[in-house]
Design a protein around this ligand. Structure first.
Ligand code: MSP
Length: 522
């Protein structure tokens, strides 16, 4: 069982392209796991508590409950629009989640892992946490990443993080593939050195923050938003859930090593330190620790971070309306290398769709489907004598499929798509050399023409299956046009030369990738 999950915030109120990338990536990875024949469960959702939500709701003059209901819809509607198909939906205001957080707090307290103490120190309003000297920059100041920093004295509940950091260090050093890509592990180990000996403040007094999960044993406090939000990964997986909760069977879901897909900004300290130590404190074994797949950021031109304050947020809704869902999904996983940052560029979105999909793959689909209708009345023949060039096409498909699988196994979707594109180009070059449209002018070439067209059609059928994690809508359209509905359920293991049987009749073709035409704005 393979299980992956991500969670999001809505401080900004609306999802941006970074959120969309992460969900599309998680969706592609889940769909690919199923294509491989694995069982998969994709959990995502929203992180709804915390000071920032309380403040924004106050500014708008509405209750936080109402505010989060409204913003949550913006996310779930966008996922529907972008064909992001999840199995579990996490909302941290859900009573089942709250019950799980309270149970964990009570258990940790009974085990002596929580204590209360008074602390006088600097507090970052933006990051909602106390700061220590380790958080100062070289000149001794708290940098702009912390936003407004105030000095406060407060009594709070603490989690004995320091009891688990020796274990974490040994675990990280001794286990391969805990963090993907691997270079992030050294960043995490460096950060851990600075954290050793410090505990984590996990409560906020209600007089300062009401919008959180109340402590089960101290009604004057609510739970720190990260402690609450991180628990979504297990609460919505059914951890200690009532049998009639409607949540999944935890033992089944967490039987393997789950994968959490997160951005690079929330590895340290939230996931890489707090979350792994929290799980360890709850008794999770090393083998049960999640793998963290840490993706990079989409930045604006000039390398700026996308943020509401700089006004350079790209609205995924608008993009999908303007260019179509397929173009957006394709661009988001095609123009970034997993783990690295990329620059969002609308011209490249259009260019990649028009060249790789409309021109190249679209052309091959057209050759397979239209020419078959015109030259062989839509009937495919897989019994003609094979020429050297035909064998080369078949070999190219085998190579492309293998390269695709290797890349996708490493979550390298862009490289996986490149492998498919290579085969598409091989087929188009083969078409130009073989010229079936010329051959078709002489009736004695009938069998030869049919064999060439079969190589186009069979290649399209294979690519339709292989591209399905990224463009599920395209797979469905091609399955229809090829008159092979079972294509949408095919697994990698079902792929062999001859998916389209000899004598198979295809359906009416219609363009799958209409070119994006940008109106001249000059
Ligand atoms: N609420 C936390 C997550 C809690 S997990 C228990 C949070 N929310 S967020 O809305 O700020 O970010 C959600 C996800 O989007 C994070 O994984 C974050 O790294 C990712 N991204 C935010 N901006 C991004 C880009 N510009 N590009 C790519 N991903 C980005 O963090």
């Amino acid at each position: 069982m393979f299980f992956l999950t991500t969670a999001i915030d809505y401080t900004n109120g609306s999802p941006h392209i970074g959120h969309a990338y992460e969900k599309v990536l998680a969706d592609v990875i889940t769909r690919y796991r199923r294509l491989r024949g694995d069982e998969a469960f994709f959990l995502t959702g929203v992180d709804q508590h915390g000071q920032k939500v309380q403040q924004t709701a106050e500014k708008e003059g509405i209750a936080p409950e109402e505010f989060v209901k409204r913003t949550t819809l913006k996310f779930s509607n966008l996922w529907k629009k972008l064909d992001v198909s999840y199995d579990g939906w996490a909302e941290t205001i859900d009573e089942r989640h709250k019950a799980c957080v309270r149970l964990i707090l009570s258990t940790l307290k009974d085990q002596g892992q929580l204590y209360k103490k008074s602390h006088n120190g600097h507090y970052s309003v933006r990051q909602e946490q106390f700061l220590g000297d380790r958080d100062r920059d070289e000149s001794g100041n708290f940098g702009p990443e912390w936003g407004e920093v105030i000095e406060i004295e407060e009594e709070n509940w603490y989690f004995k993080l320091s009891d688990h950091t020796d274990w974490l260090k040994a675990y990280l050093e001794g286990t391969a593939d805990v963090i993907v890509p691997a270079f992030r592990k050294s960043e995490l180990l460096n950060a851990l050195e600075k954290n050793i000996g410090t505990d984590l403040c996990i409560s906020r007094p209600k007089e300062r923050l009401r919008w959180g999960i109340e402590f089960p044993f101290d009604e004057n406090y609510v739970t720190y938003v990260w402690f609450d939000a991180l628990i979504n990964y297990i609460s919505f997986a059914g951890y200690h859930a009532a049998p009639d909760s409607g949540l999944p069977d935890f033992e089944k879901l967490w039987s393997g090593r789950p994968v959490h897909i997160i951005g690079k900004d929330i590895l340290i300290p939230a996931h890489g330190i707090y979350w792994l130590c929290m799980l360890h404190a709850m008794g999770f074994s090393d083998a049960q620790m999640p793998q963290l797949l840490v993706h990079g950021f989409w930045n604006s031109r000039g390398g700026d971070k996308m943020s509401k304050s700089t006004g350079n947020i790209v609205d995924p809704n608008e993009l999908a309306d303007k260019f179509g869902v397929e173009a957006v999904r394709y661009y988001l996983v095609r123009d970034i290398v997993i783990g690295k940052d990329s620059v969002f560029d609308m011209d490249r979105l259009v260019m990649l769709f028009n060249t790789e999909l409309a021109n190249e793959f679209g052309n091959l689909c057209n050759r397979a489907l239209n020419m078959s209708q015109r030259f062989t009345a839509g009937v495919l023949t897989n019994s003609g004598a094979l020429h050297e060039e035909d064998i080369a096409v078949q070999n190219s498909l085998t190579e492309a499929t293998n390269a695709y699988q290797t890349a996708m196994d490493d979550h390298d979707v862009s490289k996986g798509l490149e492998a498919l594109n290579r085969h598409v180009s091989v087929c188009n070059r083969y078409a130009e050399r073989m010229k079936p449209w010329e051959l078709n002018k002489t009736s004695e070439n009938k069998e030869r023409v049919a064999t060439i067209l079969y190589h186009f059609a069979e290649s399209v059928a294979h690519i339709a299956v292989l591209i399905s994690p990224v463009l599920p809508g395209v797979t469905a359209k091609l399955a229809d046009q090829l008159n092979l509905p079972e294509l949408t359920n095919f697994k990698l293991a079902d792929l062999h030369w001859g998916l389209l049987p000899d004598g198979h009749a295809i359906d009416k073709p219609s363009p799958v990738f209409p070119r994006i035409v940008i109106e001249d704005q000059a």
